[in-house]
Design a protein around this ligand. Sequence first.
Ligand SMILES: *Cc1c(COP(=O)(O)O)cnc(C)c1O
Length: 394
Amino acid sequence: MSLSEEQAASLSAETVVVAAGRPPRDRDAPVNPPIVLSSTYFGTGPLGPGDRGYGRYSNPTWDPFEQALAQLEGATLPGLLYASGLAAVSSALSLVPAQGVLVMPSHSYAGSLVMATELAEKGALELRTVDIADTDAVLAQLAPADGRPASMLWLESPTNPMLGVADIRALTAAAHAAGALVVTDNTFSTPLVQQPLGLGSDVVLHSVTKYLAGHSDVVLGALVTSDAELHASLLHHRTIHGGIAGPFEAWLALRGLRTLALRIERSQASAAVLAERLSRHARVGSIRYPGLATDPGHERAKAQMKGFGSVLCIEMAPVGGLSGADAADRMIRALQLWLPATSLGGVESLIERRRRHTAEPASVPDNLVRLSVGIENVEDLWVDLQQALATLDG
Ligand SMILES: *Cc1c(COP(=O)(O)O)cnc(C)c1O
C-alpha cells in the first residue's frame, strides 16, 4: 500500500483520502487497486499455504479501503469492512458478554436500537437507554449505586436524527472507569470532522453507505480499533457470521472516499447557511444543528469536532388546519430539487420526515424533518426550500 503509517500521520486528512490505499509504485502498475473477484485463493500445493485462504476471510479489494479508513481514524490496525452498517453494529454488539449491560443513546440510529432491544428481549443482554447529551444521566447508568456496572457504552454523536451531542471524552473516561468498552458510531461526522479513538473510544463504527462512500450507490459498514484483542474478536465474528462486503462495493467505497474532504467542506458550509436561514423562517417551529450558536450541543460540538456536519433537522410549525407533520409532508411533496428519500451523506440533498418510519422512536417528534445537505449550489437548494415552504402559505 502506498502510504505508510508514518506518512499518513504526517499528512492532512484531505491528502490521506486521496493518497491512501494505492497499489505499490511498480512500473506499469495501475494507480487504482483492481477489483478482485475470487471466492478462493491458491493456498496449497508447491507454494505452501497462503494468508488469504477463502473469500469470506479476506479479499484484496477490501484492503485499501480498510487501510485508508484506519489511517483517517488514527488507528494502528486495519479497519474491518462489513456488508452494511448494521452488520458492523451486529459485530460490535457481539463484544457485549452474555447478560452484560449495554448503555445506549435513546436516540441512536433506529436500526441499532431495534437490534439492541431484540437482544435484550431474548435475554442476551440488559439494555439501558439514556439521553446521551445528559452526562449525569449517562454516568448514573454506567455505574449505578444499586445495579450492575455497564459492559459497553454505545455512543452516537451527534445522534440520528435528534442531533444530541455527547461529551465523548468525559463519558468514555467514566465508562472505562466502570470497566466498560466504548463503541462510537461516527457515521454523521466521518473521521474528517471527529476522531473518536483520539477521544478515548475503543471501537469506531461507520455506515460507509453514507458519507464515506458518498454517492448513494452502495450499502457497506466498517469498524475500526487499535486494540489487537478486540480486532481479533471482531474479525472472527465477521468471518463466522459472514457479513462481508462484495468486492465491487468495496471498490466503489474507496472511489467515493477520494472526494470526501471536498464533499464535506461544501456540504458543511451549505448546511450552516441553510440552518441559519431556516431558523428565521416562519414555517419552521424549531431547528436542530450543532453549528448554530443557540443549539444546546454547540459548545460541546465545538470542543470535540472540526465542524458541525451536514445534517440538520427542523420541526415544522402547524399552519392553517395542518398539523406540523402534515405541513412537513406537504412541504416535502412540493420540493423539486431535494430528493424525498431516506439515508444521508450522499452528493445529493435528501429530506424526510423521520416518523414516517414505524421503527423510529416515538420520542422523535412527528413533525421532525431531517435534511442531509449535499454538494449542490446552496442558493439552488435554498430557492427550492423557499418555494416548497411557500406552498404552506396559501
Ligand atoms: C445508516 C446508519 C446506520 C446503518 O447503516 P446501514 O449501512 O444502513 O446498514 C448506522 N448508524 C447510523 C448513524 C446511520 O446513519
